[in-house]
Design a protein around this ligand. Sequence first.
Ligand SMILES: NC(=O)c1ccc[n+]([C@@H]2O[C@H](COP(=O)([O-])OP(=O)(O)OC[C@H]3O[C@@H](n4cnc5c(N)ncnc54)[C@H](O)[C@@H]3O)[C@@H](O)[C@H]2O)c1
Length: 266
Amino acid sequence: MGRLENRVAIVTGAGQGIGQGIARCFAKEGARVVVAEIDKAAGSATTDELQAQGASALFIHTDVGNKASVTRMVESSLKEYGRVDVLVNNAQGLTGLARLEHKTDDQFARSLGTGLYGTLWAMQAVYPVMRAQGGGRIINLASLNGVNAHKYSVDYNAAKEAIRALSRTAAAEWGRHNIQVNVICPAAATPAAVAFNQANPELAARMLELIPLGRLGDPEQDIAPVALFLASDDGRYVTGNTLHADGGGHINGVPWDPGLPEEGDG
Ligand SMILES: NC(=O)c1ccc[n+]([C@@H]2O[C@H](COP(=O)([O-])OP(=O)(O)OC[C@H]3O[C@@H](n4cnc5c(N)ncnc54)[C@H](O)[C@@H]3O)[C@@H](O)[C@H]2O)c1
């Protein structure tokens, strides 16, 4: 018997990286998994893989930066499975590095639209469902970038810290309905992180030195089990928290100096 047997979990951005790791882990634990992903090929591939392993999985083409799409994601999940027990808001649009004074409204709109608003819309859409069911679990992804004010990603940082404020407030307001809301701040060798580290090898080496466990996490083996804890009965008394699944990197603050983007960048 899996720890999420028959529970229905929506995972956004499950086509690769941490979302995919969480989808795989949840499926192995018996969950019925909704793969909500903007990249059709990646979303279908993850869904096919889960089904091939005997899991129940459904791909829903989703853009978390679009409210109608997020609403449809929850409606289609309900149509297929009749309930939603776990929501993982993992997808986040990226905009690249630029000095704060050059960040554009479009970049802020993308970061906040996919991060803060996508998370908010999905939470609002599952709220009545979880409330009627007698409870549910919401897991949102934030970042040390925001916690430690890393340079040149202010739009991303602002979105991620807003997600943490949103999560704590939802935990406070929805606890009486047995809806628990927590945040994971990860450090994982995902395609996005690997690409960034390859483009910034010196920074990547310095960051690694300051991670006490000495390595980046694996999305499925190291990050997903933390999400599993929060989604399963084991996490039933935990809400309003930020869990750092980062090999201890947050203790040392992980210095962040990716090199000054050119004047005029962004
Ligand atoms: N990897 C890390 O070390 C790290 C560190 C801090 C925070 N995070 C956070 O963890 C989460 C996952 O990161 P990752 O490294 O696995 O990312 P990733 O870029 O490797 O994967 C993200 C997935 O989300 C999908 N996606 C992007 N925009 C979308 C949209 N608008 N709608 C639906 N799907 C969309 C992408 O197609 C992709 O499959 C993100 O919220 C990220 O900010 C990651």
